[in-house]
Design a protein around this ligand. Structure first.
Ligand SMILES: NC(=O)c1ccc[n+]([C@@H]2O[C@H](COP(=O)([O-])OP(=O)(O)OC[C@H]3O[C@@H](n4cnc5c(N)ncnc54)[C@H](O)[C@@H]3O)[C@@H](O)[C@H]2O)c1
Ligand SMILES: O=C(O)C[C@H](O)C(=O)O
Length: 355
């Protein structure tokens, strides 16, 4: 068995874990679709994938990059730049404006292409315009992609768009459709790291429940911080419940809007980074004992959440499959929060059905 420890160490130094894998096992390229590739998130994301940030240091990729005809020239420029990087992991690049080519035999699809919100909007205000994109892409996945495809929806409102795509791809298991809430988890960790003056990788198991929206619930009750090799609960370490309940939660939930008000456009690099984290953990596996927040299909048997919603739960991943972490205690405050975000997702589902 041959390992390339240099490649693994390089990626480990970026704070990611990559189990040692046999080189030959990962030598066959996988087909990765990125929609909206020439947009602000898509652009950054393509370089991250090409560098191995999503699938690890050996996994070769065929990038199937989709754009609207209006962005075809920018897409052409993106391909030129990707080529000029001479990335060893990129086996081929297929730019296209045709949906059947974009989703042809895809192993993975990152659905970014959608309209972003502007100042003063909520993400669900985008449903009217974006729902049709995810209907068409769900149908294309059903028709052209592998049945084992792993789908990550980034375009907002991400949870409900994932539900729409899945609905229109009945031949693909519902567990294969997920939505991005990892950006919220990363934001939460970063806030706590600032508060505790602790490195981010000393903070563990912060959970995002529910919708990628204002009603999301960033939950610290199962989180810990490692200090000198000893794990302490976040509440004990912060010693300020008022801050945790009244400042931290809205700070995380409103971070997207805060970025928009400062930059006049929505987050891009941090969203691409979170998409890599999400798919990386799903593909490679979560670290032992670490939770990853993922918007996944609710089966109606976990934490009282209605069946059939794409709801963010704490997950552990192994062998390419996610599993909801079960048995976590939910106090009255948390229960209310879980229900509030569930209610919004039920409303969004109704809006989507009406559309
Ligand atoms: N879930 C999250 O955490 C998260 C974070 C940030 C942004 N977002 C969302 O991601 C989406 C993209 O954001 P952005 O900043 O990259 O926007 P952007 O406008 O910069 O890029 C979107 C790109 O998608 C393309 N596009 C639109 N419809 C398409 C279609 N049907 N097929 C293929 N391409 C299509 C556009 O031509 C454009 O290039 C938005 O909906 C935004 O709200 C989600
Ligand atoms: O806030 C937005 O509209 C973009 C994205 O969902 C974010 O959280 O940054």
């Amino acid at each position: 068995m041959e390992f390339d420890s240099k490649a693994i160490n390089r990626l480990k130094s970026l704070g990611r874990h990559f189990p040692q894998v046999k080189k030959e096992e990962e030598s066959k390229p996988i087909r990765v679709t990125v929609t909206g590739a020439a947009g602000q998130i898509g652009w950054v994301l393509c370089f991250m994938i090409a560098q191995g940030r999503m699938f690890g240091p050996y996994q070769k990729v065929i990038l199937q990059l989709m754009e609207l005809p209006a962005a075809e020239q920018v897409l052409q420029g993106l391909v030129m730049e990707l080529k000029d990087c001479a990335f060893p992991l990129v086996a081929d690049i297929k730019p296209t404006t045709k949906i059947e080519e974009a989703f042809d035999q895809s192993d993975v699809a990152i659905l970014v292409g959608a309209k972003p919100r502007g100042p003063g909007m909520e993400r669900k205000d985008l449903l009217n315009e974006n729902a049709k994109i995810f209907k068409a892409q769900g149908e294309a996945i059903d028709k052209y992609s592998k049945k084992t495809i792993k789908v990550l929806v980034v375009g907002n409102p991400a949870n409900t768009n994932a539900l729409i795509a899945s609905h229109y791809a009945p031949s693909v298991p519902k567990k294969n459709f997920t939505a991005l809430t990892r950006l919220d988890q990363n934001r939460a960790i970063s806030q706590l790291s600032d508060k505790l003056k602790t490195p981010v990788d000393d903070i563990h198991n912060i959970i995002i429940w529910g919708n990628h929206s204002l009603t999301q619930y960033p939950d610290v009750n199962h989180g810990q911080v490692s200090v000198g090799g000893k794990k302490t609960s976040i509440r004990e370490a912060v010693k300020d419940d008022k801050y945790l309940n009244e400042t931290f939660i809205p700070k995380v939930a409103k971070r997207g809007a805060e970025i928009i008000s400062v930059m006049k456009k929505s987050s891009a690099a941090s969203a691409a980074n979170a998409a890599c984290d999400h798919m990386h953990d799903w593909w490679v596996g979560t670290k032992q004992g670490e939770y990853a927040s993922m918007g996944i299909i609710s089966d109606g048997n976990k934490y009282g959440v209605a069946a059939g919603l794409i709801y963010s739960f704490p997950c552990e991943c192994k062998n390419g499959e996610w599993k909801v972490v079960e048995g976590l205690a939910v106090d009255e405050f948390s229960k209310k929060k879980l229900q509030e975000t569930e209610k919004e997702l039920l409303e969004e589902r109704k809006m989507a059905l009406d559309i």
